[in-house]
Design a protein. Structure first.
Lengths: 231, 231
């Protein structure tokens, strides 16, 4: 049995709590980050609070035993004050009130003492997740890559929906294409999967599209078209 | 039994042929667009050739009976020369050598004679697809929206993979996030699903990311961040 203390009450903490409660190999206690007194002993203490609060919480846990980890994509391992420290970062965008299937979520794992890697890996496996050994520098780059494939991609969907709404076309017609685009790159590289007027340098279509977009959309269309053609 | 003649040998034609051959309610014959003589009679003639060639092929079929349709997202209905004409546009990005499940692909349908709508809808249903009544103007806007949600999204994946490759991080770590981002917008609008440093106006993270990107990536990062914040 791995004893876990989970500090925080946000999205990540809630989803982790739920997953650990369903695991037969983990015993978990959730603690409010504003009430850090008389915390039970544990093998792993997980700080699942906002990035800014991680070092503050860590400082209050100075004399604690066991492995201390945070769950952030951007905060360095060194911002934790503990002898045995690590990172337990689930690479996913968590939304409140949505159930999360951890079996498909990879965890980026990092430890200060090599001996602790197995403990974190076992913890990830206890909720059916796969662990990857990723250092702080790599994790920060990965988080940057995630901004493109998640946040910026989602904004492309927003623009697509804006165009549909403006012309009374149901956005759901595009759902199958969106799913296909996302699943295709699990079998071929996105560079190889690239299609469309930019890739073909179909000047007439590009011109017509630009004439039918608003200024902000035009700027984005031109820049990404240029970037696809430079690739 | 609906008799179909399918003109063309590209990706769309190949996938449609395969689907019709598996349908019990359609009888299909494939014709090369360079051999338009002695074509059998049919209820529907589908011109599935490149956009530029559609009107050329259509002109060669001037005296043909039945309904004449093309499969393009961008070519207007009027570019067909026939009494009974229509559009049978499967909104998907087809790749050679990949099997296509038409049951998840929507068809945009348009007809010059209202009486022909049912015929096209039945044809879509014969391969388990759903038909949507979309006119030429709407179809062109939809095609433009598809450039954002498919081609431009795929380029965001390419940049994400470039960043991973550069720092020896396996791109597969991002697959689950990519799938989740795509599937989330089938239940909530992309505008509501938007997260990330741009949305939160997290200036420090934005600054750090910009310092770690190449010039082309920086330009894209800045512009999309601005667009998310203006939304």
């Amino acid at each position: 049995m791995i004893k876990v203390v989970l500090i925080g009450q946000g999205n990540v903490a809630s989803h982790l709590l739920h997953a650990f409660e369903n695991s037969t190999t983990v015993e978990v206690a959730q603690i409010n980050s504003r009430a850090l007194e008389n915390i039970p002993q544990s093998d792993v203490t997980i700080i699942a609070v906002s990035d800014d609060a991680i070092s503050i919480v860590s400082n209050q846990l100075e004399n604690r035993n066991g492995l201390l980890v945070h769950t952030s994509g951007t905060v360095s391992l060194e911002s934790l004050t503990a002898n045995r420290k690590g990172v337990f970062y689930p690479l996913q965008s968590f939304t409140k009130d949505t159930t999360v299937d951890f079996s498909s979520i990879p965890f980026c794992l990092e430890v200060s003492n090599a001996d602790d890697y197995n403990l974190l890996e076992t913890l990830a496996q206890s909720i059916c997740s796969k662990g990857y050994r990723i250092n702080t520098k790599q994790r920060k780059k990965l988080h940057m890559a995630a901004v493109f494939v998640n946040n910026f991609t989602n904004h492309m969907y927003t623009i697509g929906k804006d165009i549909c709404d403006e012309h009374n076309v149901p956005f759901e017609i595009l759902h199958a294409l969106i799913e296909e685009t996302a699943s295709k790159i699990t079998s071929i590289s996105p560079a190889k999967a690239q299609t469309g007027p930019a890739k073909r340098n179909d000047k007439q279509t590009i011109k017509t599209h630009l004439e039918n977009l608003n200024l902000q959309q035009q700027e984005i269309y031109k820049l990404i078209t240029k970037s696809i053609q430079n690739n």
